[in-house]
Design a protein around this ligand. Structure first.
Ligand code: SF4
Ligand code: SF4
Length: 554
C-alpha cells in the first residue's frame, strides 16, 4: 500500500505517504491495493476507448463506469474490498468489449489495430490473493527508482486531479448530463498516464489540461443542478432540531436528496442535511419540500459524534464517510459510490430501508432553540446584485474579497481558516464554499450596505459559481481576475480540491494561498516550479496573510 492522495497523509522524516497496514483515513492495505488495481484497469479501458473514438466508436456505459469507479477511490468514499473486486472484473469486461469493437473497426477499414501494452493487456485473476499479487505495476509509485520523485509526483497530481473531475462529472451524469468532449479528453489523459510518461514538461501541460477539463465538468454539473432544481436563492436554514422522526442525509448528491424528499413526502419524517448537503436548502425545488426542516451538525470529521447523537436514520450519498461507529452502524446506509463493509448499501434509489429505520427510531423529542445560517449565494444570486457589489467596491465600502473555500479536516492547523474569517476587516467580504465553512458560518459577520459580509456560494461542487462570480467582477471592472481586490485562500483536503486548484492554475490565477499543509505529492522542485509560475504559496498566519492580501491590493 502506498497512498498520498489527501492532506492528512502520513508525514515522517523518512518520507510522506500512507504506507502501513492502514491509512490515516482508515483505508486498509487490501482496499488501497484494490483501488490501485481498479485505476489500472480503468486506464486499460481508456487506452482502447481513445483509439476506438478515432473510428467513431464510443461506449457510454464504459464512460459512465470510468467516472463512477474513479469516484469510489477518492478519500473517504468507499472502503469495501468486495465492491472493488467486482469493479475490477467489470473494468476488464468493458475494456475487452471496446477492444473488440476497436480491432474490428480497424480491420474493417483495412488497417492493423495497434498492439497495446500495460493496462490494456492486464488480466485480473479471480481470487483476492492472486489479485493482490498483481499490484506492483499498479502502485502510484511504480517506476519511482527509474524516474524519481518529481515525475511520480506529477503523475500523481494528474491522477488525483482526474479523480476530482470524475466525482464532479459523475454527479452531473446521474442527473443525465454528459459530454462526449469531456469523456474524450478524460480518456486521452488516462491513456497518457497509461504510457508511464517521463517528460516533466508534458506532464505539467497535462496537469493544466486536467484543470481545463475540470472546468468543463464543473460547468456541466452547474447546468445539471440548476436545470434540475432551479438556481440557488438566499435561504435561511435552521441549524437546530425539530421535534419528530428524522433522517439525516450527508454527502453531495442532490439527486439522491430529491429522491429521498419525494419518498418521505407526507410521512411525518423530518429530513435534515448534513455536511456538504447544507447548500441544498438554497435550491427552490428542494426547498419546496416542507419536511426538509434544516441542517444538523457540521463538517465530515465530526460525524462520528454527531451521527451517534442523531436519533434517526442516516444516508451517506458521497464523500466524506468515516468508519461508522457501532452506536449507529445499524441505522446508517450508503448510496452511489460510497461503501463500508457490513453497512447496508442502496443501489437502486429506493430508500425504503432508510425510511423504515427512521420510523423505528425515536426521532427528536423536542425542538432545539432556533438558530439559523444563510446559504444560497451562488452565481445567479450574487450576480443579480452585481451592480450593488460593483458600486460598493467603487465607493470603497467594500475594500476586498477573501474567498475562503474548500474542504475541512481534522488537522489542528485548520484553525487558521476560522482565524482568517474572523479577522477579515469589517470593510471586506468573505466568500466561501465547501465544508471548510463550518468552522465559521455560525459567526456573526453583518452586512455592508445590505450585502452580507459572509456569502456562502455552496458546496465544493459549486466552484464553477465562484469562478463565474470572479470572472463577472473582472468584466465589470474591465480587468483580469488577478487584478481584482480578491484573494483566494484554498483549504484542501482531498482530490476534488486538487482538481479545483488545477482549474484555477489553468485559468492563470496567481497568488493562491494553499493550506493547511501542501500536498505530499508536490515535491520541493514541483512546488518551486508552481510558485515561480503561479505564485502559489502556503498559508502562514491569518494576520500576515490578510495584511499581505490588502497590501497587494492597495
Ligand atoms: S486517502 Fe489519505 S489518509 Fe487515506 S490512505 Fe490515502 S493518503 Fe492516507
Ligand atoms: S468539501 Fe471536501 S472534505 Fe468537505 S465533504 Fe466535500 S469532499 Fe469532503
Amino acid at each position: 500500500m502506498f497512498c498520498y492522495q489527501c492532506e492528512q497523509t502520513t508525514r515522517t522524516d523518512s518520507g510522506n505517504g500512507c504506507a502501513m497496514a492502514k491509512g490515516v483515513c482508515g483505508k486498509d492495505q487490501v482496499t488501497a491495493d484494490l483501488q490501485d488495481l481498479l485505476i489500472y484497469g480503468i486506464k486499460g479501458i481508456a487506452q482502447y476507448a481513445r483509439r476506438a473514438r478515432g473510428f467513431g466508436i464510443s461506449d457510454r456505459e464504459a464512460d459512465g463506469f470510468i467516472l463512477y469507479a474513479m469516484f469510489t477511490t477518492l478519500t473517504n468514499v468507499n472502503f469495501n474490498p468486495a465492491r472493488f473486486i467486482a469493479m475490477i472484473q467489470e473494468a476488464a469486461r468493458l475494456r475487452d468489449r471496446i477492444k473488440a469493437r476497436y480491432e474490428e473497426a480497424a480491420r474493417d477499414r483495412g488497417t492493423a489495430p495497434e498492439v497495446l501494452n500495460g493496462p490494456a493487456t492486464w488480466q485480473p485473476v479471480d481470487d483476492m490473493d492472486g489479485l493482490l499479487a498483481q499490484t506492483a505495476s499498479a502502485a502510484v509509485t511504480a517506476g519511482r527508482e527509474q524516474v524519481g520523485d518529481d515525475i511520480v509526483g506529477l503523475r500523481a497530481m494528474i491522477l488525483y486531479g482526474l479523480k476530482g473531475v470524475a466525482a464532479y462529472a459523475h454527479h452531473a451524469h446521474v442527473l443525465g448530463y454528459e459530454s462526449d468532449e469531456l469523456y474524450t479528453r478524460f480518456e486521452e489523459i488516462l491513456d497518457f498516464l497509461a504510457g508511464d510518461p517521463t517528460d516533466a514538461e508534458a506532464l505539467v501541460d497535462q496537469a493544466l489540461a486536467v484543470g481545463q477539463l475540470n472546468l468543463k465538468a464543473l460547468e456541466l454539473l452547474d447546468a445539471a443542478n440548476t436545470d434540475s432544481f432551479g438556481h440557488p436563492e438566499p435561504a435561511s436554514v435552521r441549524m437546530t432540531p425539530v421535534k419528530g422522526k428524522a433522517i439525516l442525509i450527508s454527502g453531495h448528491d442532490l439527486k439522491d436528496m430529491a429522491a429521498l424528499l419525494e419518498q418521505t413526502k407526507g410521512m411525518g419524517i423530518n429530513v435534515y442535511t448534513h455536511g456538504e448537503l447544507l447548500p441544498a436548502h438554497g435550491y427552490p425545488k428542494l426547498r419546496a419540500y416542507p419536511h426538509l426542516v434544516g441542517n444538523y451538525g457540521g463538517a465530515w470529521q465530526d460525524q462520528t459524534r454527531e451521527f451517534a447523537e442523531f436519533p434517526g436514520a442516516i444516508l451517506m450519498t458521497s464523500n466524506c464517510l468515516v468508519e461508522p461507529h457501532p452506536r449507529y452502524r445499524q441505522r446508517i446506509f450508503t448510496a452511489g459510490p460510497v461503501g463500508w463493509p457490513g453497512v447496508r448499501h442502496i443501489a437502486n434509489g429506493d430508500f425504503s430501508p432508510v425510511i423504515q429505520a427512521a420510523l423505528a427510531f425515536p426521532g427528536f423529542q423536542e425542538d432545539g432553540p432556533e438558530q439559523t445560517v444563510t446559504v444560497g449565494f451562488a452565481r445567479n444570486a450574487v450576480l443579480g446584485v452585481a451592480d450593488k457589489v460593483v458600486d460598493a467596491v467603487k465607493t470603497g465600502a467594500i475594500r476586498h474579497f477573501f474567498l475562503i473555500g474548500g474542504c475541512d479536516g481534522a488537522a489542528p492547523g485548520r484553525n487558521y481558516y476560522t482565524d482568517l474569517a474572523d479577522r477579515v476587516p469589517e470593510d471586506s467580504v468573505v466568500l466561501t464554499l465547501g465544508c471548510g465553512k463550518y468552522r465559521f458560518n455560525r459567526h456573526e459577520f453583518g452586512a455592508i450596505g445590505g450585502i452580507p459580509r459572509l456569502l456562502d456560494i455552496g458546496q465544493c461542487n459549486d466552484a464553477y459559481s465562484a469562478i463565474q462570480i470572479a470572472s463577472a467582477l473582472a468584466q465589470a471592472f474591465n480587468c483580469g481576475v488577478n487584478d481584482l481586490p480578491l484573494s483566494l485562500m484554498v483549504s484542501w483536503f482531498e482530490q476534488k480540491a486538487v482538481a479545483v486548484l488545477l482549474t484555477l492554475l489553468s485559468l492563470g490565477i496567481r497568488g493562491i494561498r494553499l493550506g493547511p499543509s501542501l500536498p505530499a505529492f508536490l515535491t520541493p522542485a514541483l512546488l518551486e516550479q508552481l510558485s515561480a509560475r503561479f505564485d502559489l504559496k502556503p498559508i502562514t498566519t491569518a494576520e500576515a496573510d490578510i495584511e499581505a492580501a490588502l497590501h497587494r491590493a492597495a
